[in-house]
Design a protein around this ligand. Structure first.
Ligand code: ADP
Ligand code: MG
Length: 340
């Protein structure tokens, strides 16, 4: 597409900050890319036994990140959130495109952004294969492509009555970091550093997603808050859930906060990028082995029930074994909504 010219120039910019690193990556790795950056389209090679998973996420300045956010972390996070979606379906990364609107072509910013972006691209062997660059308010849109053996994608709609509900890692730290950065909560320097990493540099659980093929009945990645996101599984599967509040896994740093903050942030904090999945109880041993192999805690937090009414419900059980009333539960279920 034609766009405004600038001092660096659109094509120099693409070459210097994106194409060179992409070509280096492709030269060093056998990959699924037949043709990368430079033509009208990129070409992906696919296995005849595979289906292609496609996901797109946009990060908007002032909405998803502060305008002066560290560009290296931004580069990491922009790809991380897309890889997290691939992970949630059980896909392996094939490549991604980057569409970038920039207020000005600032080389220092671009260099740092590109470093963060290629750090995660190299970590998860997911090459940059194309994109678009234009002048405009800072906006970063990434589309990622993944491969999944035919009919093996883990969908939101597959939860079965009696399934255990699991979550990876811990949840709530990114929300705690946000509260600290907004000065709503005081954290020591060390505690802030530990939770800030979850907020700025989430780890996409790709190995977990792949390991869960054929084991999990349903899955999604937790981006807008654990219980609110779980509701998507329940809606699409037509089921209820029972959740044990004290079993939701929290970091030591979050556990230092009041019980109310712990519960609120872990249940509906958002930006966690852990996987929430359901699996039959007969899979508990395999799941324990996956957890050990990946050195990643996997915690059972409840189970899938048949739907009692016309809409799915989450029954939240507190530490004393009592179900929370709808007002208490409603607070914990309130996940992030851009238009609310
Ligand atoms: P077209 O006008 O045909 O859409 P462009 O001139 O916009 O092509 O882009 C030239 C090449 O550079 C294409 O291969 C495109 O995918 C790639 N490209 C453009 N912007 C980016 C970017 N931000 N990151 C990676 N590749 C990019
Ligand atoms: Mg273009």
């Amino acid at each position: 597409m034609q766009s405004q010219t600038s001092s660096i120039g659109e094509f120099d910019l693409i070459q210097r900050f994106f194409k060179a690193q992409s070509e280096l990556m492709l030269a060093n790795n056998p990959s699924s890319v037949k043709l990368g950056i430079g033509d009208d389209c990129a070409l992906l090679k696919t296995e005849p036994t595979e289906e292609i998973a496609i996901t797109s996420d946009m990060l908007v300045s002032g909405r998803h990140f502060f305008a002066d956010a560290n560009p290296e972390r931004l580069g990491w996070k922009a790809l991380a959130v897309n890889l997290s979606d691939l992970a949630a379906m059980g896909a392996r990364p094939l490549g991604f495109t980057l569409s970038l609107a920039l207020p000005e072509p600032n080389p220092a910013w671009l260099e740092a952004f590109s470093n963060g972006l290629f750090a995660i691209a190299n970590t998860y062997a997911c090459p940059l294969i194309g994109g678009d660059t234009t002048a405009g308010p800072l906006n970063i849109c990434i589309t990622a492509f993944g491969g999944i053996p035919k009919d093996k994608a883990i969908l939101r709609s597959g939860a079965s009555e009696g399934d255990d509900i699991w979550v990876s890692g811990t949840v709530g730290d990114a929300r705690l970091a946000l509260a600290a950065l907004r000065h709503e909560i005081e954290l020591s320097k060390e505690n802030l550093a530990s939770v800030e990493a979850s907020m700025h540099q989430p780890t996409p659980r790709l190995d977990l997603g792949i390991a869960l093929r054929g084991i999990a009945n349903s899955a999604l990645d937790v981006s807008d808050g654990l219980l609110g996101d779980l509701k998507h599984i329940l809606k699409q599967s037509g089921k209820d859930a029972e959740i044990f509040l004290d079993q939701i896994p929290k970091s030591d740093t979050l556990r230092k906060q009041s019980a109310a903050i712990q519960n609120q942030y872990a249940a509906s904090g958002g930006d966690d990028y852990e996987l929430c999945f359901t699996a039959p109880s007969s899979k508990r041993d395999v799941i324990a082995k996956i957890s050990a192999d990946l050195n990643l805690p996997l915690t059972q937090i409840g189970s899938i029930k048949s739907m009692q009414h016309s809409a799915p419900a989450i029954h939240i059980i507190d530490n004393d074994g009592k179900e929370l009333n709808s007002q208490q539960a409603g607070l914990l279920l309130k996940s992030f909504d851009h238009f609310a």
